[in-house]
Design a protein around this ligand. Structure first.
Ligand SMILES: [Mg+2]
Length: 156
């Protein structure tokens, strides 16, 4: 699948100080599984690229979409991941997840990674990985069912 990740409070905390626990190994596992990873952020390109570099995350993402690219005047546009054939958005915003689902795309809502919650934070990357893997398997099985459909009819 082509997976878009939100940046703030999904991959890093809102201050940009820390990376979500386990997120690097999550990215590695998803890449090994053959997924393509992209970033879709409401942050500006300047801030976003700087934070990615600061945390050693540059080069992981196939595409990067920043505020200037889809909502330059902050009018509240949704993340339309149909751009370059995105399949799934991983985001801590219920509104963005609902938006991509309304487009017929997959959305995975993750808990917000915020400074105030850091003391109690646990590594939830395995949970996220398992949910993404399930979604990927579901989309593969619905694809193969579609392909089997006409063949089955042909046998009758
Ligand atoms: Mg966010």
């Amino acid at each position: 699948m082509h997976i878009y990740f939100d940046l703030d409070e999904t991959v890093i905390d809102e201050e940009g100080d820390e990376v979500r626990p386990g997120v690097r190994s999550l990215f590695e596992k998803l890449l090994i599984d053959g997924h393509q990873l992209s970033l879709w952020s409401a942050s500006t390109e300047e801030r976003g690229t700087e934070l990615l570099a600061q945390h050693g995350l540059s080069g992981i993402f196939r595409n990067t979409v920043f505020r200037e690219d889809y909502d330059p005047n902050r009018e509240g546009y949704g993340k339309d991941i149909r751009y370059r054939c995105g399949d799934l958005l991983v985001d801590d915003s219920p509104a963005q997840v609902e938006f991509v689902q309304s487009l017929g795309k997959k959305g995975l809502l993750v808990p917000s990674f915020r400074t105030e919650l850091k003391k109690h934070w646990i590594d939830d990357s395995l949970d996220i990985y398992n949910q993404i893997t399930c979604m990927s398997e579901e989309s593969q099985s619905s694809f193969s069912q579609t392909k089997k459909g006409p063949q089955n009819r042909g046998l009758k």
